[in-house]
Ligand binder design. Structure first.
Ligand code: SF4
Length: 290
């Protein structure tokens, strides 16, 4: 008797649709349609035509994040980092722009969220938007992230004529990084990611925004240069509790005090960085479109 063809029996769970996740790392996830996906840029980002934020909220939850103050709801401001809203019609909204292609337009992704926050690993929402932009628009795009996950999308980034990845690296000290940005990629992981992107021929920039306490400015500059990146941006961190830093954690502020992170110390570190790093821009100038 001839062999019967094998019938592959998949485990039951593989045949069921996956339910959208409701939490990630203890933070809540919700799914809501947005009214628009591209926002005309104003304020700090007014050099760009549009900002693009695939998510509202950010579960990286950096303690100094100013984006919290763009949320209208006070409870959501107070719980910044503990929730994320997925714009679940983001791709559909972007597809409508095929009628009015964005070629040559400048887009900054993202201004009030991180497009590569943990949820993106499973959801691939940012990736779907990049694919749409690469296929139908090829705008001048700047991607801003604190995540090594951006490397996953190198294949798409290489299809843009004009794209730059900005990797934020705020300190050389993992203890400081963990106090201010506990859920973001480690410093070595971010440096490795941006080095890989640079090596793959995609334009890069390292943004030290804000610059947090630095242990050794000279070796920090050497580590940054070892990535092969040639563009850098720096901005000071204001440790006072104020409108844009209200959420900064007490342990983070204590680290600033312990490490003597004063305006004078910032200027000392800045002097070293200015000497060692080519193309070091300061503040808003560093974020000009490519
Ligand atoms: S990664 Fe960016 S948007 Fe997210 S919490 Fe940190 S500073 Fe805010």
């Amino acid at each position: 008797m001839a062999d019967q063809p094998h019938q592959v029996l998949l485990p039951l769970e593989d045949t069921r649709p996956t339910a959208p996740r409701q939490t990630i790392g203890g933070s809540s996830v919700s799914y809501t349609p947005a009214r628009s996906i591209l926002t005309e840029s104003t304020g700090f980002m007014d050099g760009y035509d549009y900002t693009l934020n695939p998510y509202s909220g950010c579960t990286f939850g950096c303690s100094y994040c100013y984006a919290a103050f763009f949320v209208r709801d006070k409870a959501q401001q107070d719980t910044w980092g503990q929730w994320v809203r997925v714009k679940d019609n983001a791709l559909e909204l972007l597809q409508r722009w095929r009628k009015k292609p964005l070629h040559g337009k400048t887009i900054y992704m993202s201004s009030v969220t991180d497009p590569y926050q943990p949820l993106e690993r499973d959801l691939l929402l940012t990736r779907s938007l990049l694919e749409e932009l690469a296929n139908y628009h090829k705008p001048r795009l700047v991607i801003q992230t604190r995540s090594q996950l951006v490397v996953r999308d190198l294949d798409l980034l290489q299809r843009f004529g004009s794209v730059q990845v900005n990797m934020t690296v705020t300190t050389d000290d993992e203890a400081v990084r963990k106090a201010f940005e506990p859920h973001c990629s480690s410093i070595p992981a971010r440096l490795k990611a941006i080095a890989d992107i640079q090596a793959a021929g995609v334009a890069t920039c390292i943004t030290m925004t804000p610059l947090l306490p630095v242990a050794d400015a000279t070796s920090f500059a050497e580590r940054l240069l070892a990535t092969g990146v040639e563009k850098f941006v720096v901005q000071p961190f204001h440790p006072e509790r104020g409108k844009f830093v209200a959420g900064t954690r007490d342990e983070a502020l204590a680290l600033c005090r312990e490490r003597g992170w004063t305006a004078a110390r910032y200027r000392e570190v800045l002097a070293v960085l200015r000497q060692q790093l080519p193309q070091l821009a300061e503040g808003k100038d560093g974020f000009a479109p490519i």
